[in-house]
Write a protein that binds this ligand. Structure first.
Ligand SMILES: [Zn+2]
Length: 131
């Protein structure tokens, strides 16, 4: 089996783009949400961590919460859908947690090593009419 990491990553990116395009809109998935703030920060034990990211989603945005690992040579991704659901249950609040990247990055001599980049997320769900 050929495993060209560049091709693999590109096709995975294409899959994610399609999934995002096919996702329900936020207003359909979560009718009572006015705004969803997603803040991501990263910690890497062995090198400088990638820059933090922040997104604000409004009702017309796709309800799609899979984010690629920010390392361009990593095939991992972070799945935040369950955290988003927790931020809305039982009532809208700020949900804080962390995840570790389960992807792999190229290592010495063609080997692969686990990425293990840590993601700390803060997800704030703002209900309709609250702001
Ligand atoms: Zn990674």
């Amino acid at each position: 089996m050929s495993s060209n990491p560049v091709v693999t990553r590109q096709s995975r990116g294409e899959q994610l783009r399609r999934a995002r395009a096919a996702a329900q809109l936020l207003r359909a998935a979560f009718p009572a949400v006015e705004q969803l703030r997603i803040e991501l920060s990263f910690k890497d034990a062995s090198s400088n961590a990638p820059a933090a990211q922040a997104y604000v989603l409004y009702p017309p945005a796709p309800a799609f919460f899979t984010y690629r690992c920010p390392y361009s040579d990593c095939d991992g991704e972070f799945e935040l859908e369950s955290a988003v659901r927790r931020a809305m249950s039982p009532r809208y609040h700020t949900e804080v947690g962390s995840l570790a990247c389960g992807g792999f990055r190229p290592g010495e001599r063609g080997s692969k090593r686990p990425c293990d980049l840590r993601l700390d997320y803060t997800i704030t769900a703002v209900p309709d009419g609250a702001s």
